[in-house]
Design a binder for this molecule. Structure first.
Ligand code: IPE
Ligand code: IPE
Ligand code: MG
Length: 235
C-alpha cells in the first residue's frame, strides 16, 4: 500500500466522504449455485480491495453498510455466518489498518452483538484511535431511523430540537459531510442507510454485485462524482 494521505489533504477529485451499500452477495452466490455465505465471503474480499483503494485515492472517510437493523430478519444461520465473517475480518485485517494509519469507527447499536464481538470491536477501535488517515466506518446493526430517533432524544435531553442539534448527535457527527453514496446490485433504494446525511449527497446505483466490486469501479465512481454539479439548493 502506498503512503496514505493524512486527513485534511484535499484530493483533486473533491470526494472526501463516500458511503457504500454493499449489496448483492446473495445473488452473486446464487448465480454460481453456491451457498449465500460464499457470496458474503467474497464480499469481504471486496471490502479489503475497496478500503485499500479508497485510502490510496485520498478519501478522508469510507462508510460501509455491513449489517442493517432489518438484517436480523434473515435466517439464523445466515446471521451467524455474517457475525463469524465480521469477527474473522477484524482479527485478520486489523494489523493492516493500524499499519496504514486507518481509524476504525463503528456506527449503529452494537449492544445487540455478542460480548466477544463487542470486545473485538472495542479493541479495534482503541488500537486505531490515534490514527490520522482515512476513517473507515462500519455500520453494524445500523438503521437510519434508529439513529435519527437516538439523536433526537439526545438533542431533546439538551433542550434543543433543531436540525443542527440533531446533526450534532448523529453517529456520523465527527465525519466530513457525506459526498457520495454508492449502492451495488442494481437496487435503487437506501434501505434505511444514512437518510439524514444523504440530504444533499450524490448517489450512484451500479449494476455490479458487491463481490465483483473493485478498484476500477471505485475509480470510475470518483470520476463520475467529479463530473457532478452540486448546488445545495443555491444556483
Ligand atoms: C449484502 O448482500 C450483504 C448484507 C446485507 C449483509 P445480500 O445478502 O443482501 O445479497 P442479495 O441482495 O441477497 O443479493
Ligand atoms: C442493505 O441491503 C443492507 C446492507 C447492505 C447491509 P439489504 O439487502 O438488506 O436491503 P434490501 O432488503 O434489499 O432493501
Ligand atoms: Mg440485499
Amino acid at each position: 500500500m502506498s503512503a496514505v494521505p493524512a486527513l485534511g489533504d484535499e484530493p483533486r477529485h473533491g470526494l472526501r466522504h463516500l458511503a457504500i451499500i454493499m449489496d448483492g452477495n446473495g445473488r452473486w452466490a446464487k448465480r454460481r449455485h453456491m451457498p449465500r455465505v460464499l457470496g458474503h465471503q467474497r464480499g469481504v474480499e471486496a471490502v479489503r480491495r475497496t478500503v485499500r483503494a479508497a485510502a490510496e485515492l485520498g478519501l478522508s472517510a469510507l462508510t460501509l453498510y455491513a449489517f442493517s437493523t432489518e438484517n436480523w430478519r434473515r435466517p439464523e444461520d445466515e446471521v451467524s455466518a455474517l457475525m463469524g465473517l465480521l469477527k474473522h475480518f477484524i482479527l485478520s485485517d486489523l494489523d493492516e489498518f493500524a499499519a496504514n494509519n486507518i481509524r476504525l469507527k463503528i456506527i449503529g447499536d452494537t449492544s445487540a452483538f455478542s460480548s466477544e464481538i463487542i470486545g473485538l470491536i472495542d479493541h479495534a477501535r482503541s488500537r486505531t484511535a490515534d490514527n490520522t488517515g482515512m476513517v473507515m466506518t462500519v455500520a453494524l446493526n445500523y438503521g437510519s431511523q434508529d439513529e435519527i430517533a437516538r439523536a433526537a432524544r439526545a438533542a431533546a435531553a439538551k433542550g434543543e430540537i433543531t436540525a443542527e442539534a440533531i446533526s450534532a448527535e448523529l453517529d456520523t457527527a465527527d465525519l466530513p459531510p457525506l459526498d457520495l453514496i454508492i449502492r451495488t446490485s442494481g437496487e435503487v433504494r437506501l434501505s434505511n442507510f444514512l437518510m439524514w446525511q444523504a440530504a444533499y449527497a450524490e448517489m450512484l446505483f451500479l449494476d455490479v454485485l458487491w463481490p465483483d466490486f473493485g478498484r476500477e469501479h471505485l475509480e470510475a465512481a470518483i470520476e463520475e462524482y467529479a463530473r457532478r454539479e452540486r448546488r445545495f439548493g443555491g444556483r
